[in-house]
Design a protein around this ligand. Structure first.
Ligand SMILES: Nc1ncnc2c1ncn2[C@@H]1O[C@H](COP(=O)(O)OP(=O)(O)OP(=O)(O)O)[C@@H](O)[C@H]1O
Length: 254
């Protein structure tokens, strides 16, 4: 496993003529707050239609990584390259224009607007139609005239992802989709992430605490501990090695 880390095997070249330009290429990314570096040297490259699960204990730096990829936090080092285009540092609008769409852990919905209004206001050319987004989440179809604030937690999460889909994401960054949701809802929602990647050809980066469920829908995974990548590799291989995962999570404590 140690030989098959994503960091070691990813092709970071986006030079013309390279076989397939990754949709998202994260090169030596470091991030943090003020003088403090909380994420160090993260590398991965994702081809169209792939899902990366970002795992790790609380406080490891997962949300910091996501916010930095989205340009909301300035990088402290490294590059974020989308379809061969290197993004300027700390430019969330530019990242968004290039198709990096973040579904934040607080969902950030307009709670006094209806489901339809939340989707309509976000709609962009090339993105899924409202009907297409509802097709992914049929439960929303029955709640289309309901204010987002009156939805259940699961429905709100569906709306947050549906709103991202109408924006034509090339890279969908989903931070803790399952936060506060019952396990039965999580089991329903996570497979939709797979469907999104398969049907839209976007890449999905998924921060998730439900490790085994996340590994079931992901192609690749990395485990971040104390801001560094402790373990990475194909999701199915990691799923077969729970003791390796446990060791990575516990790190120096074992
Ligand atoms: N705005 C901030 N200012 C300073 N430090 C922060 C800020 N936000 C997070 N941190 C610190 O950065 C580190 C990483 O936090 P982060 O939220 O990225 O971890 P996480 O892996 O997403 O954790 P969780 O699973 O609990 O959400 C933590 O030590 C946290 O205290």
């Amino acid at each position: 496993m140690a030989d098959s880390t994503l960091a070691d095997t990813a092709d970071h070249s986006t030079a013309p003529g390279s076989a397939a330009v990754p949709i998202l290429d994260c090169q030596n990314l470091s991030a943090g707050y003020g003088p403090v570096r909380v994420v160090r040297d993260v590398n991965f490259a994702l081809q169209a239609g792939s899902v990366l699960a970002v795992l790790g204990p609380n406080g490891a730096g997962k949300s910091t990584l996501m916010n930095t990829l989205a340009g909301l936090l300035p990088r402290k080092g490294g590059h974020v390259v989308v379809e061969g285009k290197s993004l300027r540092n700390g430019r969330p609008a530019e990242a968004n224009r290039h198709g990096l769409i973040l579904v934040p852990d607080d969902r950030a919905l307009f709670t006094s607007m209806t489901v339809r209004e939340n989707l309509s206001i976000a709609k962009r050319s090339g993105g899924l139609s409202l009907d297409g987004a509802i097709d992914m989440f049929p439960a929303l179809g029955k709640r289309i005239k309901v204010n987002a604030g009156a939805l259940s937690g699961g429905e709100q999460q569906m709306l947050a992802v549906a709103r991202a889909l109408v924006q034509n994401p090339r890279v969908l960054l989903i931070d803790e989709m399952s936060m506060g949701l019952a396990p039965v809802i999580v089991e329903e929602l996570l497979p939709i992430v797979r469907r999104i990647a398969d049907e839209t050809d976007a890449v999905v980066v998924l921060v998730e605490q439900h490790v085994q469920l996340a590994l079931e829908v992901a192609d690749e995974a990395l485990v971040i501990v104390h801001g560094g990548v402790r373990l990475s590799g194909p999701a199915d291989e990691l799923a077969k090695n729970p003791e390796l995962l446990e060791q990575a999570y516990l790190g120096d404590a074992v």
